[in-house]
Ligand binder design. Structure first.
Ligand code: ARG
Length: 566
């Protein structure tokens, strides 16, 4: 039974309004005590030539309480509908149970493919906090789309090509020591890369050497290619360590290099369509009609660039996956780049380019630390993750010294705290990392939700042996119980909103509010106390069970793990 549809049908029967009109005006009242749904009678005033409060009063009388509606009240010009709590709870709890951990799923994505490109760090460079932001958002979006039935492909568009590899090869040949590099590849490679930049300031001929090395690499020269793969492999070992910590997996690691032999076709197509113009020796696509700078396709030395590789990648993805959506989770500073390449693709007549979408995000500030990669003074991501885990571990050590699996719990909470922070606000907002908020077990944080879940699980453990599968929900219809079940019921809406806007924060806000409602419920509705009668106990347990399931599912969509006790 869809309670809202029932109300709409009834209203359509009793008034001359069309269902669509009613659906648009039915709203959720601002306060709990005004019921579950409200219908403003103002649009009827003109048709019925009566004052809205009179219409409301007359309509209210035509409703009798039944299985679905408990009562209908006229207040001012509004009709307020109160659902039959027991019935609503029963249906919701049963549906959650039947969903088997898949509550809030949908089939709207069936038969459709969504590509989510995220993380995409650069080889031989640190995986920085911006890449972590991308990883958190992208990983969550991939899960959200999967939940809605889409075929999802997670893509990691590694930055593994470009002139900087000529510099790195030159640096390596001068100062590289494999035994040192193997111990800490990215730090060491970064060190010699930075050294290259310093030296090149005084010896500009180094730049020429680097250009030659990149040319060799582009031409497939064996030695340089070998070095390039070595850097790539070493970097991937480090990146994968971070992905393992986060529980993130990709379907493809095709990076920029993968498209190096697929760019000529793009150049040819753009040329044939007459889109390429000369600009100081470079070939560009003019985009002045959009008021944005031209998109450079070939540099004056004939080398292709980032944008060309992205256009080749989009074409390849279209052919390989025939996607319904191709999402790029990349920082907002690259918005212009995406605007340009999407415009070029549209000019090329690629209809499907309208399904490509840049999903941007803001900057991250770690108080008191520089985030620049240029001077080598960078914050390494793994250090941030480990710091969070250590801080959590210290909190556990103080609060629950007897806990058995401290390491596992510290890891899940520490990492959860970071993911939660990235997904807490609308993604384009800048973020400041503040440990005390992130690890505040009582504030809006991952540990707060994880703790709520663990509390629920511990109640269920204590209830072992009690069969509540046929609980009579009419025994648990307090305001707190009902508010909680209403939250549980609305999970699917949060998932759809998150996908519509590509904003995981809808899930984040949902799970935080759900946990609040859950805490309020078990603080005011005792469950395992002796003076609670059996029937009430069972009904409350059924609600606890459903709540823990949904908290877990929702946190899961954010990439956050739960722990059974903490
Ligand atoms: N590697 C790039 C960076 O670190 C991000 C790549 C974004 N994806 C893309 N298709 N351009 O800035």
């Amino acid at each position: 039974m869809n309670f809202k549809e029932y109300v709409i049908d009834k209203l359509a029967e009793l008034t001359e309004l069309e269902k669509g009109v009613i659906e648009n005006s039915v709203e959720v009242p601002p306060e709990e005590k005004m019921g579950d749904l409200a219908f403003p009678c103002f649009p009827l005033a003109r048709i019925m030539r009566k004052a809205p409060p009179i219409i409301a009063a007359e309509l209210a009388e035509k409703f009798n309480s039944d299985e679905v509606l408990d009562k209908v009240e006229a207040v001012g010009g509004y009709l307020n509908f109160f659902f039959n709590r027991a019935e609503f709870e029963k249906e919701t709890i049963e549906a959650i149970k039947a969903s088997n951990g898949n509550w809030g799923t949908s089939d709207i994505g069936n038969g459709k493919t969504v590509l989510v490109e995220y993380s995409s760090p650069n080889i031989a460079k640190p995986f920085h906090i911006g890449h972590l932001f991308s990883t958190a958002v992208g990983n969550s979006l991939a899960k959200i789309y999967k939940h809605l039935g889409y075929n999802v492909q997670s893509l990691n568009h590694l930055g593994d090509w470009g002139t900087q590899f000529g510099k790195l090869i030159s640096a390596y040949k001068r100062w590289g020591d494999p035994s040192v590099i193997e111990k800490d590849p990215i730090k060491e490679l970064l060190k010699i890369y930075v050294k290259f930049h310093d030296e090149a300031k005084e010896h500009p001929e180094l730049e020429d050497e680097a250009r030659e090395y990149f040319k060799k690499l582009e031409d497939g020269d064996e030695e340089t290619t070998k070095l390039w793969s070595y850097f790539r492999e070493q970097s991937l070992v480090e990146f994968k360590r971070v992905y393992d910590m986060l529980g993130v997996k990709f379907d493809s690691y095709n990076g920029e290099a993968f498209y190096s032999d697929k760019m000529q076709e793009v150049v040819d197509i753009l040329d044939e369509k007459g889109l390429l113009t000369d600009s100081e020796g470079a070939k560009v696509v003019d985009l002045s009609e959009l008021n944005v700078p031209p998109c450079i396709i070939l540099k004056s030395d004939g080398a292709t660039i980032y944008a060309t590789r992205d256009i080749a990648a989009a074409l390849y993805r279209h052919r390989t996956y025939n996607f319904d959506k191709n999402i790029y989770v990349v920082g907002t500073p690259q918005a212009l780049h995406f605007k340009q390449i999407f415009a070029v693709m549209e000019k090329a007549g690629w209809e499907w380019s309208k399904n490509c979408k840049h999903v941007g995000f803001g900057l991250v500030k770690l108080p008191g630390k520089s985030m620049s990669t240029r001077n080598g003074d960078v914050v390494f991501l793994e250090e941030v993750l480990n710091e969070s885990i250590e801080k959590t571990r210290a909190i556990i050590e103080t609060n629950s010294p007897d806990m058995e699996n401290k390491d596992e719990v510290a890891k899940k909470i520490g990492i959860g705290a970071i993911l939660y922070t990235f997904l807490k606000n609308s993604r384009e907002k800048d973020i400041v990392f503040a440990w005390d908020t992130m690890l505040d077990f009582e504030g809006e944080s991952a540990p707060y939700c994880q703790y709520g879940y663990a509390r629920g699980r511990s109640i269920l453990r204590r209830a072992e042996g009690i069969d509540y599968s046929d609980a009579d929900l009419s025994k648990a219809t307090s305001d707190e119980a009902y508010a909680l079940v209403k939250q549980l019921n609305s999970f699917g809406d949060a998932v759809k909103d998150a996908a519509d806007k590509n904003e995981p924060f809808y899930i984040n806000r949902y799970v935080t509010n759900l946990t609040k409602a859950f805490n309020k419920f078990y603080n005011t509705n005792p469950i395992m106390k002796d003076d609670v009668d059996d029937e009430t106990k069972k009904a409350r347990l059924a609600i606890v069970d459903a709540s823990t399931q949904v908290i877990k599912t929702a946190l899961g969509l954010l990439g956050i793990d739960t722990v059974e006790s903490m």
